[in-house]
Write a protein that binds this ligand. Structure first.
Ligand code: ACM
Length: 267
């Protein structure tokens, strides 16, 4: 299957403009000679921006999973591109507010993952995710979702792999420098594809200057960097993934990385 990794630089709060720009980037990827991707992975909070100054501000920009300004634009694009899209968005649900990621299919199904491990001041804005980890199959590819700081917890990606994920769609707004190297280990230790779609650019809402690290990466189950995007430019690229490669957990005739686990000794 052909998939696409998308990196953007949203302008804070301009949901419609940012969503349309994401569609433009996805259309660019679809127009390349490699063929049409069937899955696009977009960054965390990709049409709202990241640096909310208060929970009320985030709540005002948030959308229910049924849709709002940003989600509607992406839902339309999924149909037009005949592809699934994974994207991060601020989700409101009743009085709760989550840093969520959605797997949206062209047929209209919407699976929502709510970020488990909130980072820094996100703890003052969002409720901790309560969806838990899950895997969904789309056109033969088993997709698991993770959001940004989840990478810091090997159990998160390991759980997705043990649930059967072929590919972990990891939407991010990274401000620390380690993740693009660390997800290499997440891919190798679980023999899965990891696509980290990070944002680029900086945001200063008067509280602090946040500079996002860009350099979105795709890593194969065999530990190859398949794609590495630039640090500070928007980009969308295509790459091929093979679910069979991720389902082969045998390292050699003696070692199977799932069967060899010793959970009784782990704490
Ligand atoms: C992060 O979790 N957005 C760093």
């Amino acid at each position: 299957m052909l998939v696409s990794l998308v990196q953007n630089n949203p302008a804070f709060g301009r949901k419609m403009d940012n969503a349309r720009n994401l569609v433009r980037l996805m259309e660019q990827a679809a127009a390349t000679e490699t063929g049409r991707p069937e899955l696009y992975v977009l960054p965390e909070l990709c049409f709202s921006g990241y640096q909310f100054l208060s929970r009320d501000e985030a709540y005002a920009l948030a959308e229910p999973r049924q849709g709002g300004e940003g989600i509607s634009v992406l839902a339309e694009a999924a149909k037009k591109l005949d592809a699934a899209i994974v994207f991060g968005f601020p989700e409101r649900s009743g009085g709760k507010l989550y840093n969520s990621s959605m797997l949206l299919t062209p047929e209209g199904s919407r699976a929502v993952y709510r970020k488990t491990h909130l980072f820094a001041k996100e703890k003052t804005i969002f409720d901790p995710g309560d969806s838990g980890f899950f895997v969904k199959e789309f056109r033969g590819l088993k997709i698991g979702l993770a959001v940004c700081f989840d990478w810091f917890f090997p159990e998160a990606f390991g759980t997705l792999a043990r649930l059967g994920a072929d590919l972990i769609a990891h939407s991010a707004n990274l401000v620390m420098p380690y993740c693009q190297q660390a997800v290499y280990a997440r891919a190798v230790e679980n023999r899965v594809y990891v696509l980290t779609a990070n944002r680029c650019g900086s945001e200063d809402r008067g509280a602090e200057l946040l500079t996002y690290t860009g350099k979105s990466v795709a890593v194969s189950p065999k530990g190859e960097y398949l794609v590495s995007l630039p640090e500070s430019e928007e980009a969308a690229v295509c790459l091929a993934v093979d679910p069979a490669l991720a389902r082969d957990k045998a390292l050699n005739p003696y070692n199977d990385i799932i069967a060899d686990r010793r959970p009784e000794l782990y704490r």
